[in-house]
Design a protein around this ligand. Structure first.
Ligand SMILES: [Zn+2]
Length: 312
């Protein structure tokens, strides 16, 4: 292999020796194989070799300068190679010999790199186009990401709006109930054990209220909006809370374990006022509820509740 390469180099040098300086066809082709797309610089090589060996200094040198002024980027590199090559040539070759093949290769290579730099500067337009293309791709990606973010934000805003509308509707409904003074049942988890008007040994007369049996401590809530007017122990009624509605109706809550409000407190329907108990004349924990319109005689709580849409 090595031998074959040496023979090849030799033959090429022979051709270069036979060649006249103006004939540049063969080395230009050889240069293209070694380094692509450097025709302008390789075309100078024969003249370079002429310069290096001192042959034809006049017209060739003028063309040199002219060419190099056209290609300033190549000047420094090729001139540098020419200087180096001159030293090598003088030391190793006969004075009449032209530039060596390896020096030519170096010159071509150097010229190519010079041409490459020139090409880079003159090809700046396409570089800019590529950069612009990359920029527009980046911009497109950023736009797409931005669009996704905006869509997500819009969806979140829509969800929030829907939630707010739902809350608003609930508040309106609640406000409507308050405005209508909607009643609510006084406790939960109960079962009725005695109705209004029932006769029995526990009462001195017929039963004056409605009994909600529930575990001791079960919350008791106001059945409507109103004001607490009496609280405390009341004999057979045990711990008692009386609230008065806006129309003057009194609501009595009896046998409580605890009382959670004081006279004068404004309470709303559903607000806790105490807990279920078995204080007073009672055989087990339950809420005794009485309804007394205008503070007078008791009426049937079931009917009063039914009048307000409730079925205990
Ligand atoms: Zn009762």
């Amino acid at each position: 292999m090595g031998q074959h390469r040496a023979e090849h180099r030799g033959s090429r040098r022979d051709r270069a020796d036979r060649r006249s300086p103006s004939s540049v066809a063969t080395p230009r082709a050889a240069g293209r194989r070694r380094a692509t797309a450097a025709p302008r610089t390789t075309s100078l090589l024969p003249r370079l070799s002429t310069l290096a060996t001192g042959r034809r200094p006049g017209g060739a040198a003028a063309r040199w300068r002219h060419r190099l002024s056209v290609v300033p980027g190549a000047l420094g590199v090729v001139a540098l190679v020419a200087a180096g090559t001159g030293a090598v040539t003088v030391g190793e070759q006969a004075p009449g010999d032209a530039i060596t093949a390896s020096a030519a290769a170096r010159a071509i290579s150097a010229g190519t790199s010079a041409q490459g730099r020139v090409g880079q500067s003159t090809a700046g337009g396409s570089d800019r186009e590529a950069a612009l293309s990359r920029d527009s791709e980046r911009q497109a990606l950023q736009d797409a990401a931005q669009a996704r973010l905006e869509r997500a934000a819009e969806e979140q805003a829509a969800e929030r709006n829907a939630e707010l509308k739902s809350l608003g509707r609930a508040a309106e409904a609640r406000a409507g109930e308050i405005a209508k003074n909607q009643w609510v049942l006084p406790t939960t988890g109960y079962h009725l054990t005695a109705r209004f008007g029932m006769a029995g040994g526990l009462w001195s007369s017929d039963h004056t209220g409605l009994d909600f049996a529930a575990p001791s401590g079960t919350p008791i809530v106001a059945i409507a909006n109103g004001t607490i007017t009496e609280t405390g122990y009341a004999g057979a009624y045990g711990n008692q809370t009386i609230m008065t509605l806006d129309d003057g109706t009194e609501v009595w809550f009896c046998h409580q374990t605890t009382i959670g409000v004081e006279p004068g407190d404004k309470v709303a329907a559903g607000q806790q006022i105490g807990t279920v108990g078995t204080t007073g004349n009672s055989t087990g924990p339950h809420l005794h509820l009485e309804i007394r319109p205008g503070g007078g005689d008791p009426v049937d709580p079931e009917q009063a509740l039914a009048f307000h849409g409730l079925t205990p």
